[in-house]
Write a protein that binds this ligand. Structure first.
Ligand code: A3P
Length: 301
């Protein structure tokens, strides 16, 4: 791509997707060593699409019999510490064997880069309007980059994102890989949108519960269990918990991230503060073109 920032990204094109050296290395390790179990549940997403939120929602939905709202595991454990991301190389395969079933993992790998052995697991994918993803990702990566790399301007990040050259990108191919698989195999892959989670969180929790084989009962509905899960996992609640505000989240040897950086605004449409009309038109045009005929749409606000 014709932009200066490109040279500082250090990405490799691997089977059509862009990965950093460490993430590529760990992908090869996972292919070599990871053994999935038929009860495994994977949470997949393109970076900055709502992974942290999805982790909290899935964990609290599955474990709703074990905790009460006032005394919940999520109050003193960050979502990322509860659900490991398999993309991080130091999560060596043997680390996972002691986890009790169903084991929960997350990944940012596009479906073609997940080892074939994972195809038997249940998987929940969350996607988000690429304009909000781009803004969220640029701000997030800028904080990480600032340590050892020169800053990447928003214009450069925009250009690179549009041509697909972005960690785990191209964004559109990533989303489509899971979308198509979810159409073919709706019992195995649940496809969610950040925007629908924001607008109808209770409906999403019911959907998740049913998909994970623990449908919400009438009794639970009467007790307001769904509302409690939504409240527990809300941006307001999670971002104000001490456990998510202080300290560093370690992703194996790959990445250290300030925990608070996973919580920024948590809204739909913040792209309006960053993208010009021209940029919006360009990115929406790419989305229309790439998603044409797939049945997948984003409602732009
Ligand atoms: P913004 O940067 O737009 O605020 P990921 O978890 O995949 O890294 O995505 C991070 C994005 O999700 C950030 O978006 C973050 O603020 C938002 N987010 C985190 N927790 C959330 C929650 N409980 N509800 C809604 N959005 C949330």
């Amino acid at each position: 791509p014709k932009c200066n920032g490109w040279r500082t990204l250090h990405l490799h094109n691997y089977n059509g997707y862009w990965l950093s050296t460490k993430i590529l290395k760990s992908n090869l390790l996972i292919h070599a060593y990871f053994k999935s179990q038929p009860t495994d549940i994977f949470l997949a997403s393109f970076m900055k699409s709502g992974t942290t939120w999805l982790k909290a929602l899935v964990f609290s939905t599955l474990n709703r019999d074990r905790y009460t709202f006032s005394n919940h595991h999520l109050h003193n454990h960050s979502p990322h510490s509860i659900i490991p991301v398999i993309d991080a190389e130091s999560y060596h395969i043997t680390d996972f064997t002691n986890l009790s079933a169903p084991r929960l993992f997350s990944t940012h790998y596009p479906l073609p880069l997940l080892p074939a052995c994972m195809s038997c697991a249940k998987l929940v994918y969350v996607c988000r309007d690429p304009k909000d993803v781009l803004v969220s990702k640029w701000l997030f990566m800028s904080k990480l980059r600032s340590k050892d790399l020169p800053p990447l301007s928003f214009d450069e990040a925009f250009e690179l994102f549009c041509v697909g050259a972005s960690e785990y990108g191209p964004f559109w191919e990533h989303v489509l890989s899971y979308w198509r698989a979810s159409l073919e195999n709706p019992d195995k892959i649940l496809f969610l949108k950040y925007e629908e989670m924001k607008k109808e969180p209770e409906m999403v929790v019911r959907k998740l519960a049913a998909f994970l084989g623990k449908a919400v009962t009438v009794e639970e509905e009467e007790k307001g269990v769904v509302r409690e899960i939504v409240k527990l996992c809300s941006f307001e609640n999670l971002s104000n918990l001490e456990v998510n505000k202080t300290g560093v989240e370690k992703f194996g040897k790959v990445l250290d991230v300030e925990k608070r950086d996973f919580f920024r605004k948590g809204v739909i449409g913040d792209w309006k503060n960053y993208l010009s009309d021209e940029m919006k038109e360009r990115i929406d045009g790419i989305t229309d073109e790439k998603f044409k005929g797939s049945g997948l749409t984003f409602t732009t606000v």
